[in-house]
Design a protein around this ligand. Structure first.
Ligand SMILES: NC(=O)c1ccc[n+]([C@@H]2O[C@H](COP(=O)([O-])OP(=O)(O)OC[C@H]3O[C@@H](n4cnc5c(N)ncnc54)[C@H](O)[C@@H]3O)[C@@H](O)[C@H]2O)c1
Ligand SMILES: [Fe+2]
Length: 411
């Protein structure tokens, strides 16, 4: 095979970077790919499988990570009863806040050491799951959590991980990502590596019904962003495309219904599937500029991740689509948008509009300024965005000026 330019590895994907500056598309899509996924147990009532999975993985003293909100919703109590009934001695750690902080994860690691635990279980949203991954990473590798920023810096195998998502969702229960707030630099760092793919993901849609409305909206838009960014990513491939389009279609068809009728079990289950499939797509195809930018805003202002994505996504769609609109045609079709043979540029426009309309329907704010971002923040946010691993696979190369313009448009 003849390769143009330089081959570069991003996780399990090999990207090719063209050198010629006059090429409009600066980078070429992937040539090789692998597909990783945990063992997945999916469906109503599947939570009861977690105790069996823990025992099978050799657990005696499982370390159960959760947070106060999820604890109050009652799901960890159900899990703990099942673990105990299986003859295990679970220990609970719940000092995790949304957008988990570096020092919280390091405190959790100390608790893990003191408790003599083995298998790590996370029951919660993306914040809990990432905190659980961070604790497991440190348990086997030591040091400070921020030392692991970047791709494949985890040297030693980590304890077995079983994840039970309570939001729909981040896909963190199937992903090779761990996102941590760097409290000194006020940004979120990305730790990426196959070692972080959980052993088992137990997806029980029942757990979603206690989500507050704003969280349902935010995490649904996060899943939509995962689907769209994974589909247009430079590291996409046939194995990820299928899951990405399916996720886009499922969010588009079911998120609003879960807002209107929160106890509609079918719609909840389809949203759980959407989050799962979006996770399978993006953990293999990686993400793009929306996430690279969102991590900086979320780290600076401690905001809900999905809300920031929902604001940014239509702008990034227009930016990426201006360079290569073709990939937005299947996305438009997955969203049920009528193209009537219109050019691909029309698909870009329609998809961006439809994402914004869905955001309006579920209550996503119009702009970043209403979330507390100011014009003075933009240069720093843009600078940090350029260093985020998710930008590597964005289909269109972006300069500092491009990112600043995107932030301004999204204000
Ligand atoms: N690792 C990854 O692959 C990945 C991917 C995307 C996002 N993330 C990260 O995930 C985090 C966001 O996670 P999230 O959006 O799932 O929310 P979250 O975990 O931050 O939870 C937000 C709040 O909702 C509460 N909550 C969660 N589930 C609930 C339920 N079922 N009932 C009642 N309350 C509930 C929690 O207690 C918490 O207070 C961000 O830090 C983001 O960066 C990680
Ligand atoms: Fe996300």
């Amino acid at each position: 095979m003849v390769l143009v330019g330089e081959a570069r590895r991003v996780g399990d994907s090999v990207l090719l970077a063209r050198r010629s500056p006059e090429q409009r598309t600066e980078r070429e899509p992937l040539r090789l790919s692998k597909f990783h996924a945990p063992e997945i147990v999916f469906g109503e009532g599947s939570l009861s499988e977690a105790a069996h999975a823990a025992a099978r993985l050799g657990a005696r003293r499982p370390f159960v990570v959760t947070d106060p909100g999820v604890m109050e919703a009652g799901w960890p109590a159900e899990l703990l009863a099942q673990l105990t009934a299986a003859g295990l001695a679970p220990q609970v750690w719940l000092d995790v806040t949304p957008n988990p902080k570096d020092h919280e994860i390091e405190a959790g690691y100390q608790r893990y050491l003191e408790s003599g635990c083995d298998v790590v279980l996370g029951i919660g949203g993306g914040s809990v799951i990432d905190a659980a991954k961070g604790v497991a990473l440190l348990a086997a590798n030591g040091g400070r959590i921020l030392d692991y920023e970047g791709i494949d810096r985890i040297a030693h195998p980590i304890p077995p991980l079983i994840m039970m998502p309570t939001t729909s969702g981040t896909g963190a229960d199937v992903s090779q990502f761990c996102i941590v707030t760097d409290t000194e630099r006020h940004t979120k760092i990305t730790i990426m590596g196959r070692a972080l793919v959980p052993d088992v993901s137990v997806v029980d849609p029942r757990l979603l019904v206690t989500m507050p409305e704003w969280l349902n909206a935010a995490t649904g838009l996060d899943a939509l962003t995962h689907g769209i960014e994974a589909f247009v990513s430079l590291a996409h491939g046939p194995l990820t495309d299928h899951h990405a389009l399916q996720a886009i279609s499922l969010v588009n068809g079911n998120l609003a219904e879960t807002m209107l009728r929160p106890r509609n079990a079918t719609a909840r289950s389809l949203m759980a599937q959407a989050a799962l499939e979006a996770g399978l797509a993006f953990t293999n195809a990686i993400l793009g500029a929306t996430h690279a930018m969102s991590h900086q805003v979320g780290g600076m202002l401690d905001l809900p991740h999905g809300v920031v994505n929902g604001v940014l996504l239509p702008h990034v769609i227009r930016f990426n689509g201006a360079d290569s609109p073709e990939r937005f045609v299947p996305i438009a079709q997955a969203m049920g948008l009528e193209l009537h043979g219109a050019p691909a540029t029309e698909a870009v426009y329609l998809v961006a509009e439809a994402v914004r309309e869905l955001g309006d329907e579920v209550g996503v704010p119009k702009g970043l300024s209403s979330l507390g971002v100011t014009d003075a923040d933009i240069p720093r946010l843009a600078q940090l965005t350029l260093g985020d691993a998710c930008l590597t696979t964005n289909p269109r190369g972006a300069s500092s000026e491009d990112i600043e313009s995107l932030f301004r448009a999204a204000m």
